[in-house]
Design a protein around this ligand. Sequence first.
Ligand code: DUT
Ligand code: MG
Length: 240
Amino acid sequence: FLEKGEVEFKNVSFSYPESEVPVLQNLSFSVKSGETLAILGSTGSGKTSLFQLVPRLYDVSEGEVLVDGKNVRDYPIEALRKGIGVVPQEAVLFTGSISENISWGKEGAVQEEIVQAAKDAQIHETVLKLPNQYDTRVGQRGVNLSGGQKQRLSIARALVRKPKILMLDDSTSALDLKTEAKLLEALRKYACTTFIITQKISTAMEADHILLLDDGSIEAWGTHEELLETSPLYVKIVQS
Ligand code: DUT
Ligand code: MG
């Protein structure tokens, strides 16, 4: 659905349709195919809003978002939705089996692919312990899963589609460091361009680029080492 998964923001500003308040202001950056971008910033700084502009859950107010050099407005919406795996901040489960929850949105996914996605999302072992494994019902009247387990199911749902661009909105917040490291390692073989909103410096350190948002603007851009040199705000976050 997408060729390479390169993403470029060109002077992007954004305010929500119902409001005049600019949420994102004049953002420019680019991420190459297969690179990882970590997005940091305090609550309300615009991280989730930025995410939503790539699969066109919202459209920019000014500027352009390009995927593989082409304005996202010029893609069929299907291509964006199928080529970009978005794992939302709040994991959503449907009433249905674990398998159905993972394969949702990917018609014709076979069990093998579902299990592989679950393994990569680090949820397979948990699923095996459930009463009916992959046939166990979740959601209303189903088994209860913890926040972290829901997050990982939601990641598996994105992975089964083999996205060219993967967007994780704080999706690893409930994972311990070891599980998160395993997950990030497993993501490598997907070779997708990855946007990861995170509060953890340990995650940001592994990324090719870090974008630090402050009140809708880019406060800093670079690698961990670069930001330690150039951004007092980043240093403050590291020390906190
Ligand atoms: N906002 C709206 N309408 C919405 C969503 C958000 O006006 O439907 C505002 C709230 C906030 C700004 O946009 O002032 C940025 O919100 P966003 O959700 O992008 O912030 P975040 O960085 O993702 O915050 P958090 O870390 O709490 O998820
Ligand atoms: Mg958010």
